[in-house]
Design a protein around this ligand. Sequence first.
Ligand SMILES: Nc1nc2c(c(=O)[nH]1)N[C@H]1C(S)=C(S)[C@@H](COP(=O)(O)O)O[C@H]1N2
Ligand SMILES: [Mo]
Length: 237
Amino acid sequence: MSEQNEEGRGTPVGRRVVLGLLGLGAAGVAAGPYLLRAQEAVAGRDPTGLTGLLPGGGGFRYYSVVASVPTRDADTYTLTVDGLVERPGRYRLADLRAMPQRRIVRDVQCVTGWRVPDTPFEGVPLAHLLDAAGVTAGARAVRFSCFDGEYTESLTLEQARRDDVLVALKLRDAPISHAHGGPVRLYVAPMYFYKSAKWLSGITVTDTVRPGYWEELGYDTDAWVGRSNGRDDAPTA
Ligand SMILES: Nc1nc2c(c(=O)[nH]1)N[C@H]1C(S)=C(S)[C@@H](COP(=O)(O)O)O[C@H]1N2
Ligand SMILES: [Mo]
């Protein structure tokens, strides 16, 4: 796929969308280029000194394939688990918070090259939710959908059962912000960050892997960092 098509119809999300997500108004537009450069800076090597002012900050960029995403909170959020399962379910945020949690600290690695070192994510192991639902014979894969109405992802059942795949509720030991895909996003630690679907709303167990949003556009469905898409070293554990 061509460089300019990487993760964006154009570039990573246009500046207006980024600023919108950051909640910045006209003042933000003037400061835009600096803010964007600060976002790109690696934590601790930020020549502008602005990184710390950004929500999330520290090297993240905010991505969305749609211009605006509704907010969901503890009162309105639900996660549906269905498909090839014995017990389809619907979970609220409080239900997910009451389940066993696991914390993982790895480098975040976007396939376009930016990396955020040593980033803690915490949440419910996906395997726990699959076990609670009771995956039936013939199931081979898991499909993820998002309340942005557009983004999708999938994993093989074997990948989905890894202990470093989470239905994440926290990023850097705080509730995941809206811009980062909160209140609940997928976190697939060993794969490029495009696997980590933001604004997660549905988990469907299926019989085959159905390629996700970026995968339909050419990215590897098996997105192991360092082993797919021809770039990057494996992240530090
Ligand atoms: N719903 C949704 N999830 C998504 C994306 C998206 O556009 N929409 N972008 C993916 C990509 S390519 C990356 S690098 C990360 C970016 O996460 P961040 O915005 O929290 O930095 O989210 C991934 N999950
Ligand atoms: Mo990405």
